[in-house]
Design a binder for this molecule. Structure first.
Ligand code: IPE
Ligand code: IPE
Ligand code: MG
Length: 238
């Protein structure tokens, strides 16, 4: 299906720039978010087609609650809408959905929609699609530490048994490979609390394109750039 060299196993995307796109087009912020969903649909489909193993999308951060109430409420509704309109096709394409983040903090309809989607696709064997909702890497690490402490306290785990694997296994991405390629659109060059542990050796790309304008052609370009990167992981190549 593809002649791309060295495909990343795990691609993470910080989908940024919906607000600026809306402003550029003199539209409401929500129209920007809606346009962002169009971009997302194409990127998921293409990732699934070319056999990417894991795709992680940053959709709503723990910090995004500080946005105006109306925007937060509309985003929650958009999440529900997204799952209702996309779930059949995703399921048909064998996409398996996992939510990264604290689902309990979502609005009730959003929580119900994501839990249904997760459950329905749990046995699928195609693209692993992670959607980060109410996600923050700091909260994720704190949660992992608390889970470990509880196990130590109950006697299920000895402190000297705690290793990097035990931390990885208590992150939302448990069992998945580390991030190989992290893309943030819109030109901003920061991680904004996304997958900090998992991206320790990720290749970073910051295309100067607002998320609603990000097409499969841009994505292919990013994958090709990744393919050309020399990943050394601290070692030295002969
Ligand atoms: C990213 O777009 C989407 C979310 C955070 C939900 P933004 O809304 O952050 O877009 P800008 O950064 O204002 O352009
Ligand atoms: C990061 O974008 C979160 C998502 C894309 C969901 P933000 O727009 O919220 O990040 P900052 O505020 O620019 O760091
Ligand atoms: Mg932003």
């Amino acid at each position: 299906m593809t002649n791309l060299p060295k495909l990343p196993a795990h691609v993470a995307i910080i989908m940024d720039g919906n607000g600026r796109w809306a402003r550029q087009h003199a539209l409401s912020v929500m129209r920007g978010h809606r346009q962002g969903v169009e971009a997302l649909r194409e990127i998921i489909r293409y990732s699934s087609d070319i056999g990417i193993q894991v795709l992680s999308l940053y959709a709503f951060s723990t910090e995004n609650w500080s946005r105006p109430e109306a925007e937060v409420a509309a985003l929650m509704r958009l999440i529900v809408e997204f799952f209702h309109s996309e779930i059949d096709e995703l399921h048909q394409n064998q996409v398996r959905i996992r939510i990264l983040g604290d689902v309990d903090g979502l609005t009730q309809p959003a929580r119900q929609a994501v839990l249904q989607a997760t459950e329905r696709t749990a046995q699928n064997t195609g693209l692993q699609l992670n959607i980060a909702l109410n996600y923050g890497a700091h909260s994720e690490m704190l949660r992992a530490v608390r889970l470990l402490l509880a196990e130590v306290q109950s006697g299920a785990l000895r402190p000297d048994q705690v290793d990097l694997g035990s931390i990885s296994q208590r992150l939302y991405t448990a069992g998945q490979p580390q991030v190989d390629l992290l893309i943030r659109t819109s030109g901003e060059q920061r991680l904004s609390n996304f997958l900090l542990f998992q991206s320790a050796y990720a290749e970073l790309l910051f295309p100067d394109i607002l998320w609603p304008d990000f097409t499969v052609a841009h994505y292919k370009e990013a994958l090709a750039t990744y393919g050309g990167r020399d990943r050394r992981f601290g070692g030295r190549k002969a």
